[in-house]
Design a protein around this ligand. Structure first.
Ligand code: WT7
Length: 659
């Protein structure tokens, strides 16, 4: 990351986010909600104080709710930047999410309600889900999966995805879920990086009525991984649509055949046993394998679901995130199940077969808490108030937002049209790395400020710093950092402790550096201003500019590429690529889009392409992205252009058509 990039939060460029310049009036907590909330203002204040002043006492008390095969002897061992939590203890997340509830006589309670894109519904009680997971865990064991082996999951949003995750954690085999929108090359890279010899997938998925050929993408990914020296020993295939797929004898096994009547018990695992690896984009082209471990993640997921999302016994909770992302791990799957509550899962697209699909499901199932992304809210908003008005949304009692800053306009629409001004709206800031929610307003304790995430969760000590590590004044923009370790924090970048230390604790000495810019009000509300590094947030999906660039330059007609984010009303940011052709070549933008899509996946497809006559570089050859961001945003050039080798490039670029 360069010095100039690090200075960005003082001059935020995300023009579409109007909350940067204005402070919104706060919306009080509705009395009826406060009266029943899991966490009251007094409780928050007391717990928060304790969690900061004596974190070990606080977390020790929270850990008591869980089953331990062996008690820990120490709550925290902090050797910056490496933390160990609940040291010496043995537990199991799958046991705590399933067996614990069944043992307590809650086996008949619904754990999971699922709806497919075509409307079919399946439900599982805790006893049924435990059974499914135990059968799956036994099948994995017979396949040769052992404690510590990394298992790649490439699955649609079907109940088997939840079963597969819990089956892996049951036997201590860390899962690494790859989002269904990624292409074979991206899966292969992750399998190689994780050294993963096992895959769980499905024959075919479905999106907007169109089939997604998951198994054949996995076959291609395995071929690519094997070319890079990664052996693959077993593939478990869920028969979802019943389509024809090629099964390689000895390697590929049907889910329904591999599972017999054998059941596998939960294995006692060290608190710090690797739970899962989730790849996410950083500032370089190489995705980072974020490693989470067992006990700390478990406790962070459960406590945040309880406090920020207010889950209770009568709730039907719907977090719309795909299990391919951290939100789908923590809040579609683990958090609600750890609390013994009911999670709802939907397979398909938000606007299939029509724009009322979400509201129809909320009405039919009686969903009480909805947790979704601003990009979805904005697209519903664009389709008007009439569609949601046709459905019964009266079951809803709480609304959540996650993944990117929510602009006040979308916040108010969500609050008014979906929540009928009755439901609090919580805007939750966190990251793949943090494992669970870090900043929000607790729905029964804090008034919400549209566009501002809010106050810290228990044990979280946010501080806004400048480059030198000095604290900024109230309301001044700076870098968002966290001063204290917390249980659900990442433990490392898988296989790369050095990258972990450098990326997260090396930018500003001694504190966790989130990569976001933020400011904090006098009374402690934190407003997140967006990324300060070369990470894009496109419709809540995280991508690195370098990843897209390396895909573009792999094209034979492309000599160089520079990718920046362009503020976008719907997506938050869109992908803007400047492409310098090889001499004598004129690459076709449409073909380049397809090329990137084939290499990384649809999520990385550039929205705008300029086939550039030249790129703005310093005399030492560094591309000046600052200017490219301005050109992409259609703004006039601001800042010192004298360091450029040829400042006239900027004018020529601005005059080149965007395709
Ligand atoms: C980045 C993390 C949190 C799970 C989903 C995304 C941005 C996330 C918010 C929010 C402002 C947000 C940040 C963060 N972000 N939530 N409520 N307000 N920005 O996880 O893929 O790891 O991305 O998403 O820039 O650093 P992720």
């Amino acid at each position: 990351m360069s010095q100039s990039d690090l200075l960005r939060p003082n001059l935020p460029e995300q023009g579409s986010i109007e909350h940067i310049s204005r402070q919104e009036a706060r919306i009080p907590v509705p009395e009826a909600f406060a009266a029943q909330a899991n966490v009251t203002p007094g409780q928050y204040a007391e717990w928060y104080r304790e969690s900061i002043e004596s974190p070990e006492t606080f977390w020790d008390a929270r850990a008591k709710d869980f089953h331990w095969f062996q008690p820990y002897h120490r709550v925290l061992d902090w050797q910056p930047p490496f933390a160990q939590w609940f040291v010496g203890g043995q537990t199991n997340l799958s046991y705590n999410a399933l067996d614990r509830h069944v043992d307590a006589g809650r086996g008949d309670k619904r754990a999971l309600v699922w709806e497919g894109e075509e409307g079919e519904v399946r439900e599982y009680t805790y006893a049924q889900l435990l059974d499914e997971v135990s059968l799956t865990a036994a099948a994995l064991t017979r396949l040769g999966v052992k404690k510590g082996d990394r298992v790649t999951l490439y699955l649609p949003m079907i109940p088997e995805a939840v079963m597969a995750m819990l089956a892996c954690t049951r036997i201590g085999a860390p899962h690494t879920v790859v989002f269904g929108g990624f292409a074979a090359g991206a899966i292969a890279d992750r399998m190689v990086a994780a050294g993963s010899e096992f895959v769980i997938t499905a024959d075919i998925g479905q999106r907007k009525g169109e089939p997604l050929p998951l198994k054949s993408v996995v076959d291609e990914a395995i071929k690519l991984a094997e070319e890079q020296g990664q052996a693959v020993r077993g593939v478990l295939v869920v028969r979802h649509t019943g389509s024809d797929v090629t099964m390689q004898p000895g390697r590929d096994h049907w889910w329904h055949e591999a599972r017999t009547d054998e059941r596998e018990d939960a294995l006692p695992l060290d608190s710090e046993h690797p739970l899962f690896i989730l790849y996410t984009s950083g500032s370089t082209g190489k995705p980072k394998g974020i490693l989470h471990t067992t006990a700390g993640y478990m406790i962070g997921a459960a406590l945040s679901t309880y406090a920020a999302l207010d889950l209770k016994d009568h709730d039907l909770f719907w977090c719309t995130a795909d299990v391919g992302w951290i939100t789908g791990h923590t809040y579609s799957t683990y958090g609600p199940l750890l609390l013994g509550q009911t999670t709802f899962m939907y397979e398909g697209a938000h606007n299939y077969p029509h724009w009322g699909r979400f509201w129809d499901m909320i009405g039919r199932h009686g969903i009480t808490i909805l947790y979704t992304a601003p990009t979805a809210i904005r697209s519903f908003m664009r389709h008007g108030d009439d569609t949601p008005a046709e459905y019964d949304l009266s079951s809803l009692r709480l609304l959540g937002s996650v993944g990117e800053p929510i602009n006040p306009q979308a916040w108010h629409w969500y609050h008014r049209v979906i929540g009928a001004e009755r439901c609090p709206v919580v805007d939750t800031w966190w990251q793949t790395e943090t494992g669970s929610i870090m900043l929000t307003t607790l729905p029964g304790a804090h008034p919400a400020e549209p566009g501002t995430a809010g106050v810290p969760m228990f044990g979280i000590d946010p501080v806004i710093l400048n480059r030198e590590g000095e604290e900024m004044q109230a309301d001044e923009g700076g870098f968002l950092t966290l001063r204290q370790p917390w249980p659900s924090m990442l433990r490392t970048v898988y296989g790369d402790d050095e990258r972990y230390a450098k990326t997260y604790f090396g930018e500003i000495d001694g504190v966790y550096f989130a990569g976001d810019g933020a400011r904090r009000s006098e009374d402690g509300y934190v407003t997140v201003l967006g990324r300060v590094d070369d990470v894009l947030n496109v419709s809540g999906h995280r991508l690195s500019t370098a990843e897209v660039e390396s895909a573009l330059v792999a094209h034979p007609q492309v000599a160089e590429a520079a990718v920046v984010g362009k503020p976008d009303e719907m997506k938050g940011e869109s992908i803007f690529a400047f492409v310098l052709p090889q001499e004598g070549q004129t690459p076709d933008p449409q073909e380049l889009r397809q090329y990137v899509s084939d290499l990384i996946g649809k999520v990385a497809r550039p929205d705008h392409i300029v086939v550039a006559p030249a790129l703005p570089k310093t005399r030492s050859g560094k591309i000046m992205r600052r200017f490219l961001r301005q050109i992409a945003a259609g703004k006039s050039i601001e800042g010192d252009t004298s360091t450029l080798d040829d400042p006239s490039v900027l004018e020529r670029l601005a005059a080149t058509p965007v395709e």
